[in-house]
Design a protein around this ligand. Structure first.
Ligand code: FAD
Ligand code: UDP
Length: 381
């Protein structure tokens, strides 16, 4: 079959490769001038630092098959994300752990004592948290919530934490030991030569071709038997029903001679500081040595039509609109909507790869059984 894939990010690259392995002819188009989608990395010409151009990316997964898949293409160096936060004039350790609790409250508590202590701080009147704020008040209490989550979340999402689902906070653990690893996952690492090298290796396969600087046009579909779409779901339909809401990021670059902040990620919890965090990219590659440093202040705001969509908002209004687009997509034969934009979900890289592998397998299975391809890689609602 002749297959068109829109988007040369992880979704398009993995599906393209898997289908080419099965003997199909896969052509990928991307409007950008590079492969890799939002995982794209490049070396800074001046400092030599590997830059995560669309924001910092740390690979973490519990999925053995996905880990074997990525490490089969390029070398990964063990890397654990250890985030700090500046709030109310002090620096603390994240995610909230025993060091954070002891330093913040000026205590020397042991694990069980800290658990008891936070239980006293917690608002136990809230039985079932209905939103982000209630979740925080219920589990860490007002002081930690106001220092570390309230201001940051208002800046990140542009709304009150009372209007956000509790699930967003559930992504962050609270630990009653001194483990400050941001993630729980078994496998955590950074590709030694960057994510672009990973995607390049995935694409390096007979039967896969790529055209960059090539936005999709509906006439293209006529030349192919099937289309995999990893662009924005609403974009496929020309935004005819309106635009699904996204947050976008502005990155303000600055350089520093030496070590600017001593860690890769420093969050800023105070509402008065306009950015959410500063990332210093040479610390994402601690095995490299660079005298000069490149840092980015990260500002979040509502995405306009010409902005890069980063975080799907998925609040009530967007979910209603999403339902309408899902109905349109379900009525569109010959197209499978995939990836974080195609299914309007926040997806980490490991989940993106897992879904891409499953989507390709499902497509081949249906083809062999003479059944129609699925319209979505995963139901977005
Ligand atoms: P994308 O990477 O967005 O690729 C889609 C591609 O489609 C793009 O290249 C785009 O140019 C192209 N395209 C869109 N429309 C068209 C069109 N009309 N015509 C042609 N081409 C088009 N995950 C982690 O696991 N760890 C992290 O630490 C992490 N950090 C992140 C930080 C930020 C700030 C963000 C936003 C995401 C982060 N992620 C992280 C998630 C990661 O970026 C995604 O999992 C991954 O990029 C999804 O790949 P994709 O191929 O689905 O989408
Ligand atoms: N968060 C916060 N303060 C922090 C870090 C995170 O309030 O210092 C909140 C914020 O609302 C964020 C959510 O917790 O969206 C999930 O955090 P995570 O680090 O997973 O954010 P993401 O990777 O989505 O940017």
């Amino acid at each position: 079959m002749k297959i068109l894939l829109v988007g040369a990010g992880l979704s398009g690259a993995v599906i393209g490769r898997e289908l080419a392995l099965a003997g199909h002819q896969c052509h990928i188009v991307d409007s950008r001038a590079h492969i890799g989608g939002n995982c794209y990395t490049e070396r800074d010409a001046d400092s030599g630092v590997m830059i995560h151009v669309y924001g910092p990316h740390i690979f973490h997964t519990d999925d053995q098959q996905v880990w074997d898949y990525v490490t089969g293409f390029t070398e990964f160096v063990p890397f654990q994300n250890r985030v700090k936060t500046t709030s109310q004039g002090a620096v603390h350790s994240l995610p909230i752990n025993l060091l954070t609790i002891n330093q913040f409250f000026g205590k020397t508590l042991r694990p069980d004592e800290a658990r008891e202590f936070l239980l006293e701080k917690a608002d136990t009147a809230i039985e079932t948290p209905r939103n982000f704020e209630e979740q925080a008040l219920r589990f860490v209490g007002r002081e930690l919530y106001e220092a570390f989550f309230k201001g940051y979340t208002e800046k990140q999402w542009g709304c009150s934490p009372r209007d956000l689902p509790a699930s967003i906070l559930k992504r962050l653990p609270v630990r009653f030991n001194y483990d400050d690893n941001y993630f729980f996952h078994r496998f955590q690492g950074m590709p030694r030569h960057g994510y672009t090298a990973l995607v390049e290796a995935i694409l390096d396969r007979p039967g896969v071709s790529v055209s960059l600087r090539t936005p999709y046009r509906p006439v293209m579909a006529a030349d192919y038997d099937h289309v995999f779409w990893s662009g924005p779901l609403d974009g496929f339909f020309g935004y005819s029903l309106g635009r699904l809401g996204y947050r976008t990021l502005d990155f303000q670059r600055f350089e520093h001679d030496g070590d600017y902040q001593g860690c890769a990620v420093m969050n800023y919890g105070d509402r008065e500081v306009p950015y959410t965090r500063i990332t210093e990219h040479k610390h994402f590659a601690p095995w490299e040595e660079h005298r000069k440093s490149v840092c980015y202040r990260e500002f979040s705001r509502a995405a306009g039509p010409d902005d890069i969509p980063y975080y799907p908002i998925r609040l009530v209004d967007e979910m209603t609109l999403l339902e309408s687009y899902v109905r349109l997509a379900e009525a569109t034969p010959g197209v499978t909507f995939v990836g974080r934009l195609g299914t309007y979900r926040y997806l980490d890289m490991d989940i993106t790869i897992r879904e891409a592998l499953d989507t390709a397998a499902d497509f081949l299975g249906r083809l062999a059984a003479g059944r129609e391809p699925a319209r979505f890689s995963r139901p977005p609602i």
